[in-house]
Design a protein around this ligand. Structure first.
Ligand SMILES: Nc1ncnc2c1ncn2[C@@H]1O[C@H](COP(=O)(O)OP(=O)(O)OP(=O)(O)O)[C@@H](O)[C@H]1O
Length: 254
């Protein structure tokens, strides 16, 4: 589905990503791990169109999309969620979902005037889709809650719900486990798995929680110093001495 070929990103004299190449196969939940500063976030930002690569190719469904802006990536079905969920705190959970779909007819000045019926129909569709997302995620009871009142884990579920409002094919999940209590973590893990199995999403996940990676992701790609150190099943990754070295060398137990 996505092939990264010899990707490079320099920030001045610092080479954050260097000759990085890997593949994300359709229907997988691919983990992207590595010590702090390994280049994971920078790689995500290039795939999502927030950063232009210095050089290299990002081929999505057969087309080189490197350097295209975020809205183009979104349009093609690449959606990124963030470590800190971007909910609208003063809006309800349901409203947070309903504002996601781009180009709602009611937002276009003349569409309102020309075809009220069409706008109403579209609004109904969006509401149905939002309610379906809430039901899927078992958070229908939170629909009327102000999003700002949600716990960290509930906000992550809302973020998954916002993704379900788009026509995403590849979802880039940025630390879905960060700041989430253990009970909700199990639920988030289950929802990601079910979204893959039942709704055909492909995921790429950056995560520091190795148990979450082990239980959710296959394959796992390990980045170190901006490039791929190894790739495989988490059992192989865990027993690879180079991976251990990279983590210990980074001085961080993550
Ligand atoms: N906008 C920027 N300007 C300059 N340097 C940057 C910028 N963004 C990232 N870097 C540097 O690039 C390197 C890779 O950073 P990146 O955030 O991609 O790593 P990471 O693997 O996501 O780390 P972490 O796990 O700590 O989030 C680091 O040395 C970082 O300091």
């Amino acid at each position: 589905m996505l092939t990264i070929e010899n990707l490079n990103k320099n920030f001045g004299g610092l080479q954050a990503v260097r000759n990085c190449s890997f593949e994300i196969k359709e229907g997988t939940i691919t983990g992207l791990i590595g010590p702090n500063g390994a280049g994971k976030t920078t790689t995500f930002s290039m795939i999502a169109g927030e950063l232009a690569p210095t050089s290299g190719r990002i081929v999505f469904e057969g087309k080189d999309i490197a350097g295209l802006p975020t809205h183009e990536m979104f349009h093609r079905g690449i959606v990124r969620t963030f470590q800190i969920p971007h909910e609208f705190a003063k809006m309800t959970v349901l409203e947070n979902l309903m504002v996601v779909p781009p180009e709602q007819p009611g937002e276009r000045l003349f569409a309102n005037w020309i075809s009220r019926g069409q706008v109403k129909r579209r609004e109904r569709e969006v509401r149905d889709r939002a309610e379906d997302a809430l039901e899927f995620l078992s958070i229908s009871h939170l629909g009327d809650e102000q999003a700002g009142n949600l716990s960290g884990g509930q906000k992550k579920l809302l973020e998954l719900g916002r993704t379900m409002m788009t026509d995403a094919k590849l979802v880039l999940l940025d630390e879905p486990g960060a700041g989430v209590n253990p009970t909700l973590l199990l639920k988030i893990r289950e929802m990601i798995s079910r979204l893959r199995e039942e709704r055909d999403y492909t995921f790429c996940v950056i995560e520091h929680d190795m148990d979450l990676i082990a239980s959710l992701c296959d394959p796992v790609i390990v980045l170190a110093e901006g490039t791929v150190l190894m790739q495989g099943h988490m059992t192989e990754v865990r027993s690879n001495p180079d991976v251990l070295d990279a983590y210990l060398g980074g001085g961080e137990e993550n």
